[in-house]
Design a protein around this ligand. Sequence first.
Ligand code: SF4
Length: 369
Amino acid sequence: MAGVTADRCPGVLRPHQAADGAMVRVRVPGGRTSGLQLAALGAAARRHGSGLLQLTSRASLQVRGLPEVLPDAFEAAVAAAGLLPSTSRERVRNVVCSPLTGLVGGLADQRPLVGALDAALLTAPGLGELSGRFLLGLDDGRGDVAALTPDLTYLATGPDRGLLVVGAGHARPVAQDDAVAAMVALARAFVGAAAASGAWRVRDLPGWAASVAEPLAVPLPAPPVLPLGRVDRHAVVAVPLGLLAPDQLAAVVDAAAGGPVVLTPWRGLVVPEAADRLPDLVEVGLVAETASPWTAISACVGAPWCANGRVDTRALVQSVAGLSARWGRTHVSGCERRCGAPTGTHVDLVAPSRDELLALARPELVPHG
Ligand code: SF4
C-alpha cells in the first residue's frame, strides 16, 4: 500500500530537492487565481528561481530552480500574494473544479463551493491530517473533473442536486447546498478510518468506499474534451509541457487585466472575458487549437531537471511537436514513476528514444507550414 511510507508531497514550506534546485508546489484550490496573484508569483519565481511557473495535473503551480534553503523573502512573497493562507494546512488544499463552471455550460455553478471547501480544509477539525495527495473534486455536471477520479467528488446532476462520488465506483445523493458539509464529513471519516494503516487515498483503503456509499447505479458522464480558443467571451489556452515562461505569463497577466484566471487540470488556462486577447496569447506560444500536437503529447520534466530521468523528455517532445502528425494521447516519462501521466487511456512511453516516439505517428510526419 502506498500510504505506509511517509507522505513527502511537496508544498511551499516543504520543498522537493530536484536536480535543477528546490521545487515548491503552491496549491490553488479549484485552479482559481488572478492575474495579480500570477504576476506576484512570477516575480518571486524570477527573483529566486528559474522564472518558470509549472502547471500541474491538479491545477496547482510549481516554482523550480530555487535555493536549497528557501529565502524568507520568497515565502513572504507567496504569502503576500494570498497563496499561503496557512502554514500548517497548505498541503491539504487539493481541490479541482470544472474550469468553465459559471462561465459556459455545466448544470450548476460550482465556484462558491470552491471557497467554502477551501475554508473548511483550512479550519475544520480533523482535516489537517489529510495527506497531501487526497484530492477533492467539484464537477458542474459535465464530467470533466469526475473523470480524474478524485477521492471525493461532488458531481452536479442538476442545479440543486448531485452525487457525492467516493473513489471511482460508489456514490450517495447529496443536495448542492449540503455538498461541502457532506464532503467534509466524509473526508474526516476517511482520516479516522485511515489512521491505523497510514493510507493516503481512498483507493489505498479497500472496502472503505463501499462502507460509506452505494455502488454507482449509472455510469459517470463521459468526459468532454476541454475546448480551446474562443469559448463564448472567454480565452482558453493550453500551455505546452505545462511550463509557463515569463513572457507567456506576462501576456496572460495583461489579458486578465487584474481579473480572474483559472488553471485547468489539463495544464491550460481560462482567462475570462479575454477572447479578444487570444492573438496575444498565441503569439507567445500558448495553444488555442485543439488539433495542436501539444493537446495530445505531454511529458514529465525528465532529465536533467530530475535526477531519476533517463532521457530529456522535454527536448524529446519538443523535437516532434512541430511535425504534423496524428498523435493519440501520449505521455512521455523519464522513469517508471510516470509523473504527471493523464488518468485516461493514453500511450505510455517510459524513457523512449526519439525513433520509438516518432514510430507512433508514421507515416504522416511532415513539418508544419
Ligand atoms: S517520471 Fe521519473 S524522470 Fe520523470 S519527473 Fe517523475 S521521477 Fe523524474
